[in-house]
Design a protein around this ligand. Structure first.
Ligand code: B12
Length: 255
């Protein structure tokens, strides 16, 4: 069953596939999987190589590469979920590459329903690096994930034991926000401000300024490039303007 699911997903163009039993998934800061469904027993984690455009100095081009990954991941999630439903009469639940996920005050809107990094690790697709991201043996850090959860009783693939991260510290040094200075922790808000300069935080700050401004200033602000970029960021869906910790990482044979 695992082999046929894997061949089906690879046949779609997914770059790598791993399986994790929910019992082997351990993400202390994520919600319990049961909150999605008590029937879920396994996770099928799909891996997508990040395009080399992630290293482009043109951030819109870099983000268009990410959009391509996420749009393909959404379709791949649906196809794999339908395959499980139609071939194995399974229940299937998709986990997107990014949004939508719970917008809660207590999580600062920065905790997904499922941590795809922790799922990828449990599925033998990679190991954590100094940047708190997953390093895949072939794609290095230039890898993104999505997942399909199911009630199929599928055992985990063997975990990767290799220490892929060489602690070269490039990710830490090249982080414009110094968000990785503390080992094992990403300073989420510092990364947010830099990686999503037109994200939720910037949106709220913009509207607060508009509300406090004179009618003349409000008109000027509504016509400003800042507002255009806020608008586009919503269109794109969380526009990232920084890929450094991903693009500078030298690990991987197919980066
Ligand atoms: C929310 C989110 C973010 C947030 C928070 C990131 C984080 N590390 O938690 C922000 C906006 C900062 C972010 C940034 C980035 N992201 Co992001 N993100 C997510 C998302 C949607 C949820 C992650 C989550 O649930 N984290 C919360 C818990 C589970 O994480 P944690 O490891 O336990 O805790 C971390 C932090 O919260 C913090 N932390 C630890 N303890 C504490 C305690 C407190 C109180 C606080 C506040 C924080 C904190 O440090 C830990 C290590 O990073 C995932 C997709 C998914 N569903 O998994 C993508 C995901 C993790 N992101 C990804 C990427 C690529 C990025 C960026 C490179 C930006 C970009 N250009 O894409 C940067 C990298 C930042 C980094 N090096 O950590 C990829 C990673 C792929 C890989 N190779 O591992 C994912 C898996 C998306 C995907 N579909 O592939 N992201």
């Amino acid at each position: 069953m695992k082999q046929s699911i894997k061949e089906f997903a690879l046949g779609l163009g997914v770059d790598d596939v791993g399986f994790a039993a929910v019992a082997d998934y351990n993400s202390p800061r994520s919600p319990k999987i049961e909150t999605i469904s008590p029937d879920i027993k396994s996770m099928i984690v799909l891996a997508y190589k990040e395009l080399s455009s992630c290293a482009s100095p043109d951030k819109d081009t870099a983000m268009s590469g990410r959009q391509a990954v996420y749009e393909f991941a959404r379709a791949a999630n649906y196809r794999v979920a339908r395959y499980l439903e139609s071939k194995y009469h399974a229940k299937a639940f998709t986990v997107p590459g990014s949004n939508p996920f719970a917008m809660l005050k207590e999580t600062g809107g920065a905790v997904g329903q499922v941590s795809l990094r922790h799922a990828a690790k449990a599925a033998g697709l990679g190991v954590f690096g100094r940047h708190n991201l997953i390093i895949h043996p072939r794609f290095g850090t230039r890898v993104n994930f999505s997942a399909v959860l199911s009630d199929l009783d599928l055992p985990s693939d063997p975990p990767l034991s290799d220490q892929l991260c060489t602690e070269c510290n490039l990710c830490v040094e090249e982080c414009p926000a110094r968000a990785l200075d503390e080992e094992g922790k990403t300073i989420v808000n510092d990364c947010f401000k830099n990686s999503q300069p037109y994200g939720l935080g910037a949106n709220i700050a913009f509207w607060k300024k508009v509300l406090a401004a004179s009618p003349e200033e409000q008109k000027r602000m509504m016509g400003s490039v800042d507002y255009w970029r806020l608008y586009q960021s919503i269109l794109v869906g969380n526009q990232y303007y920084c890929f450094n910790c991903m693009s500078v990482c030298p690990i991987g044979t197919e980066i």
